[in-house]
Each structure stands twice: as structure tokens, then as C-alpha cells.
Design a protein around this ligand. Structure first.
Ligand SMILES: [Ca+2]
Ligand SMILES: [Ca+2]
Ligand SMILES: [Ca+2]
Ligand SMILES: [Ca+2]
Length: 500
């Protein structure tokens, strides 16, 4: 190429870049005009985390902010060609399909419409069963610092008369007590009345441990902010993909080296926790017991599969929660013995697609333990999801204090909340080999998930229905829960595993 040609090409290239930038700017302006007034809708999803798959860099910022996302369930038999024709016709792009949850697809709009409008477009089509915005899910505010102390203080003053104590045998010296140095703080497992608690107001863990301390054959999926799988008190109880199992492959998202789970928030195979919430939940289920370090989990040994859909700030979407469930179902079908999903999150947004995903997990023999929520409200009249989905595998969990009363922040519901568990001032693992105390139905949920894992360590062949019934039937009836939750009881690990 001679010098003159070179400059000619250069000038042409510069002109093309300027033109592209100009077009991009025009499209940005059109979009911001079209979505004006809608951007404060926090309950639907505009952000596009899959944007890295888009090759059109010129308007990336605008799309990242504003592309509406919807989840569409097409009618059975709708072909991939038909779906492509529909999305092309509406100037939308297919982001992902949930391979194990039939006919559900995630679609992003490219015309700057609101999620509600895009969902309505799809709903009007004969091929579509339902369509809904991709809702935002945030960690419950009861998790924020300082909230609980106030609630605990108020609660104490509200309950000057200590509630009747439900006593049960099992605190004898013959029950094994682990050598973990923080075990004395774990009133949920053994309540000796420490810090003005009520002696015996616990899940009878020490008596349960005379029968079983858990099993590495049971895999529990923690769908949350991820898990610090390097934590010194967790790393021996983390699920690792066996060499015989191929890396996770999603037809739309690609292949992932899923050593310890999956990250649907960032679309990668590394579910490292950058928030802390998921690590806290994981430790409650299965921090290594009797290792002279930190705390003991309900299970001294178990396998925790880390799933991340909530970001560092505790925010996620329905789509990514479903992607995690899709992953769990995929791994179950590939032979991983994952029988429990622990879900310490929720919102008041009803999503049919999330309900369908949980139903799919149910059909695969996976129980779904879900937090009842931290708004002090009645879930019978103000539904909270996913704990309220009417699917047979769902167990909705309320939170108790160390005095065996419902925590002030805990949701309840005589029909829709099923069981209660310790969920206030709960000591557990925190990223970076730390330990912290937190409160919420988020902390009560993994206690129940942990007891479910203990049950399966003894009776691995129980169906979801049998497992759920065992959890609820073995609960300790508490007067304070009468008429508040359906079983009227606190989970009892010892009775659940039939320890003598
Ligand atoms: Ca997919
Ligand atoms: Ca469109
Ligand atoms: Ca990651
Ligand atoms: Ca430990």
C-alpha cells in the first residue's frame, strides 16, 4: 500500500467511526426520551448483564442502562425457528433459554420500551403462555446493620414474661459437643441460657449428633450472594465438581469451569462471595464441626454447592435466580446428589417463571427451603415470594429469638409459613476467615436446610414429600407460634433424625 492510499484509507476509517458514534448518540437520545419517567422503576429490570455478548460497542452504555428484559414462556411445541422469528419481528434479542425449565426464554428489547410494554407485546401472541418483566430481587432490609439490635431490644421489652419453655431431653453431658471455640455463642444449636436466652430454646443439635453429624454424600445448594469456598471453616465441606463430570455447558451462555458451583450474576463458573450473606448461610448449614476452629454447622460434614445471583450489593434478578435453579437441576440430572436448595431471599413480586422453576426442582426431587421475609407482616394476606409459591417442595421459614419467640422482624402466616427456626443473633462464617453475628429469616432458613441435610444423611431415599413431612411433623410446638405458622413449631433436629 503506498502512502497516498494509506491516508485515503485512514480518512475513510475516521469518517466511518464518526458516523457510527453519531448514530449511536442519536439512538441513545431516542431511548432516553422513550424511557423518560420509567427509570425509577426499581422492581423491573432494565440493566443488561449479558451485554458482553453484544458486538455493537457503539451504544453499549445506553443498552446497559435501558434494555428491558422479560421472561417468556412459550407454549409447548413452539420451535426455535418460531421463537427467533418472533424476537426478530419485535426487534428483540434472545439472551438465554433455561434448558431444564421447558420453553422459558429471557428476551431483551432493543427499542427502549418499558418491561411492562414488552411483556404485553409477548402476552398478546398466540404462541406465548405468559410473559413478565425480569423482576429485581434485593436482600431483605433486616440484614442491614443496626436494624436487629433495635428489634431485639424492643422485643425484650415487649415480652417481659418469659414464654413457657418447651423442655426436651438431650442436654446431658453424653451428647457430643464440638471443640469449635465459638460453639458457646451458637444458642441455636445448644441454648444454655447464654446472653439471657431461654435454656432449651434450640434445635436439639447435640442430641441429633448422637445419631448423625451429616454426610459428604448430601449436596446442599445455597442460592445467594455466592459462598467463600476458601473459608477455613468451610473449605472441607464445599462441593467440588468430580473429574468425571464435564464442565457446565449452557447452549446460550457457553461453557463454564464450575469447580464449586455457578455465578449467574456475572455469568461465570466462580461463585466466590463478594457480599457475605451467602457465606453466612453456608456456615449455618455446614461449617466444619469439631475442627478446633470457629463454629459448628448443623452438619459437621456436608457438601455445599455455591450459587450466586445476588451482587456485591445484594441485588439480583428473577432471571438469574432461575438460572441458578436451572444449574442445580442440570447437575442433579448429571448425577450430583443435590437434594436441597436453601433460598434466603425474596420479594413481594409474583413471578410465574420463578414458580415454574421451583416446580421443576420439585419434580427433580429437590426440596426448596425459603425465608418467610423480614417485614413483620402476615404472608397469608401480603404474599412474599418465593416462600409463598404453592409448590409441594416449598418450606417457608420464620425466625425465632433465643427466648423462643417469633423475632420482631419475622414474617408469619398460619397458612403460608410452615416452620420456625433460630434466626436472631446467629453466629456464622463471613468471607476472609471471619465470623459475624447476623439476624433475619435469612439465618433461620439455612438452619432448616441443615436439618433437612441431616435427615437425608440417615434416610437418603426419602422423597421430597416425605422429607418435608418429617421436618414439619417433628417440630417442637411452641405456644408463641400457635396460629402464627402452620406447623406451630420450631424445627427439632433430634426428632427429625429420630435420635434417641
Ligand atoms: Ca441457557
Ligand atoms: Ca422490541
Ligand atoms: Ca464470579
Ligand atoms: Ca468449625
Amino acid at each position: 500500500m503506498n502512502r497516498q492510499n494509506f491516508f485515503g484509507h485512514l480518512a475513510l476509517a475516521v469518517a466511518v467511526v464518526i458516523l457510527a458514534a453519531f448514530i449511536g448518540q442519536m439512538r441513545r437520545m431516542e431511548r432516553s426520551h422513550a424511557t423518560f419517567g420509567l427509570r425509577d422503576r426499581v422492581h423491573t429490570m432494565h440493566n443488561d448483564s449479558d451485554h458482553k455478548h453484544d458486538s455493537d460497542a457503539a451504544d453499549s452504555d445506553a443498552e446497559q442502562e435501558e434494555d428491558a428484559e422479560v421472561i417468556v414462556r412459550f407454549r409447548p411445541g413452539t420451535s426455535a425457528e418460531t421463537i427467533n422469528r418472533i424476537t426478530d419481528g419485535l426487534n428483540d434479542r434472545l439472551l438465554d433459554r433455561f434448558e431444564f425449565i421447558n420453553n422459558q426464554a429471557v428476551i431483551a428489547d432493543e427499542d427502549g420500551l418499558s418491561p411492562e410494554t414488552v411483556a404485553a407485546e409477548y402476552r398478546s401472541l398466540p404462541e406465548v403462555e405468559y410473559a413478565e418483566p425480569n423482576f429485581v430481587i434485593e436482600l431483605d432490609p433486616a440484614e442491614t446493620e443496626g436494624d436487629f439490635d433495635q428489634a431485639a431490644g424492643d422485643e425484650d421489652s415487649d415480652n417481659d414474661d418469659d414464654p413457657p419453655v418447651v423442655r426436651h431431653p438431650g442436654h446431658s453431658s453424653s451428647s457430643p459437643q464440638p471443640n469449635d471455640p465459638l460453639f458457646n455463642e451458637q444458642w441455636s444449636l445448644l441454648n444454655t441460657g447464654q446472653r439471657e436466652g431461654t435454656s432449651g430454646a434450640d434445635v436439639c443439635a447435640t442430641r441429633a449428633w448422637t445419631k448423625t453429624k451429616g454426610s459428604k454424600k448430601i449436596v446442599v445448594a445455597v442460592i445467594d450472594t455466592g459462598v467463600d469456598y476458601k473459608h477455613q471453616d468451610l473449605h472441607n465441606n464445599i462441593w467440588t465438581r468430580p473429574a468425571s463430570l464435564a464442565p457446565y455447558n449452557d447452549a446460550d451462555l457457553g461453557e463454564f469451569d464450575d469447580r464449586h458451583g455457578f455465578d449467574a450474576a456475572d455469568n461465570d463458573g466462580d461463585p466466590m462471595d463478594d457480599n457475605g450473606h451467602g457465606t453466612h448461610c453456608a456456615g449455618i448449614i455446614g461449617a466444619e464441626g469439631d475442627n478446633s476452629d470457629g463454629i459448628a454447622g448443623v452438619n459437621w460434614q456436608v457438601e455445599i454447592m455455591g450459587l450466586k445471583f445476588l451482587s456485591r450489593t445484594g441485588s439480583g434478578t428473577t432471571k438469574d435466580a432461575i438460572e441458578c435453579i436451572n444449574y442445580v437441576v442440570a447437575r442433579k440430572k448429571a448425577g450430583v446428589n443435590v437434594r436441597i436448595i436453601s433460598a434466603s431471599w425474596g420479594s413481594t413480586a409474583h413471578s410465574r417463571s420463578l414458580g415454574d422453576a421451583i416446580k421443576r426442582a420439585n419434580d427433580e426431587g429437590i426440596i426448596f427451603i425459603a425465608a418467610a421475609g423480614n417485614s413483620s407482616t402476615n404472608n397469608d394476606t401480603r404474599p412474599h415470594y418465593p416462600s409463598n409459591y404453592q409448590v409441594p417442595n416449598v418450606v417457608s421459614v420464620a425466625a425465632l429469638t433465643r427466648k423462643d419467640v417469633l423475632a420482631r422482624f419475622s414474617n408469619y402466616g398460619a397458612k403460608t409459613v410452615h416452620i420456625a427456626a433460630p434466626g436472631a443473633e446467629i453466629m456464622s462464617t463471613w468471607p476472609g476467615n471471619q465470623y459475624e453475628e447476623h439476624s433475619g429469616t435469612s439465618m433461620a432458613t439455612p438452619v432448616v436446610s441443615g436439618v433437612a441435610a441431616l435427615i437425608l444423611s440417615v434416610n437418603p431415599d426419602l422423597s421430597v414429600t416425605e422429607l418435608r413431612k418429617r421436618l414439619l411433623d417433628s417440630a417442637d410446638k411452641l405456644p408463641a407460634l400457635d396460629g402464627k405458622i402452620s406447623s406451630g413449631g420450631r424445627v427439632n433436629a433430634a426428632r427429625a433424625v429420630k435420635a434417641e
